[in-house]
Ligand binder design. Sequence first.
Ligand code: GTP
Ligand code: MG
Length: 497
Amino acid sequence: MDLEEDIRSLQLDSAEDINGVVNPEDEKPDVDKMDEDPKQEVQAQSVEAEPKAKVKEILSVQDEEDEQMKKRHLNVVFIGHVDAGKSTTGGQILFLSGQVDDRTIQKYEKEAKDKSRESWYMAYIMDTNEEERVKGKTVEVGRAHFETDTTRFTILDAPGHKSYVPNMISGASQADIGVLVISARKGEFETGYERGGQTREHVQLAKTLGVTKLLVVVNKMDDPTVNWSKERYDEIESKMIPFLKQSGYNVKKDVSFLPISGLMGLNIKTRLDKSLCSWWDGPCLFESLDSIEVPMGDPKSPFRMPIIDKFKDMGTVVMGKVESGTIRDGDSLLIMPNKDHVKVVAIYIDENRVTLAGPGENLRVRLSGVEEEDILSGFVLSSAANPISTVTEFVAQLQILELLDNAIFTAGYKAVLHVHSVVEECEIVELLQQIDPKTRKPIKKKVLFVKNGAIVLCRVQVNNVICVEKFSDFPQLGRFTLRTEGKTVAVGKITAL
Ligand code: GTP
Ligand code: MG
């Protein structure tokens, strides 16, 4: 049986997953104000440009738990091969939802032209740093916000280039749903889809990281080599379906496809004009995003928020996504693994202060009782009565993907462990049992090493104490990836602590 089948079977049991969290490694906490992330530039502008009503709406419902939770919040990660049009589409969404004005677009058009990257101006909305603009490639995950009638969305614009897969993992691990952007341009779909192309790697990682629903957007339909061709669209869809199935997605339930042009802004906010594309009867991107149903974490379970970043601002502020439970102003919580007792002074969703927040929300939380220096990303803000587990060793079921140069995987193997916002060196200290990928049954023979494609139960050790949970208790805090020299070599789930 082939490797992809195996991945699928490993991942299928994660179908009920809740959501993910961030990975810190590229997010350097070097600022002392709330808008420290350069990527927030767009958001900051948008707040100015937008009517104050939005701010008011959230503020005015502060005291009403139900009201506050009314409009759901979803993190959407944009994934896909380099140059597929992720940033362009993300930028277009912000433009079409009224967050970026014409003047800014004109400014970007000029800047892009000066850099001989005319067609990249839309991507500049998401690609805010100089390196990204010069090279025309996203490096850091861009973050921006927009909302539809039913949902507040945070867009996480992942980089497609293979050098930046760790940043992509960071973005995807925070996401509830994924928009997989595929270029329909002649040759581009093919390169992305090939072995070694990031279309494949991103899909597999997304599934492993808990992105349960995928919207596959077939982009660049306006390109002269495509020209809204139904044949090209069908070809891409038919090639993607088997692969998505192998990666563990239930294509009927969890995946939908639609054609768009990110650059032209077509089939994004409004449906396609029949005169342009007679064969597409389906929804536009906003409608599709709106209608995706995602199971949310339990607001009544013990509170868990992995910390992705922290800074000083009238106290200590930590950032992260709530994985389970509810946080309220005045709560007494623990920062694990150090067991620092802290008190919640203020909670912010985007720039709005709220009195409580539940699963799925991206928060900034001001705390008293702890110094910023005493917090590291990867720490977890936890319920005091029922704190997260802390370990230096755990047992996990690993699916080996592709080892470097077909290396063998044995006790003593070292890799970098990515689990929620933790990034730590780890070592496989013992292989306990191999599992037959075909029958899913344990193989009796003692296992000393395994190769690509194997499923194996093993003991994993880390140098520093980390906060994790069993996959069966908190999927998002118990799933991980192992990477070696910049390549994802295995995915796994924690089975015992
Ligand atoms: P990375 O961040 O490097 O992974 O790339 P990306 O997926 O964010 O792609 P980006 O948005 O930077 O776009 C890459 C190129 O594709 C730019 O030249 C865009 O103008 C072009 N492009 C994106 N969307 C479309 C589209 O809908 N139609 C056409 N014709 N070109 C597009
Ligand atoms: Mg990009």
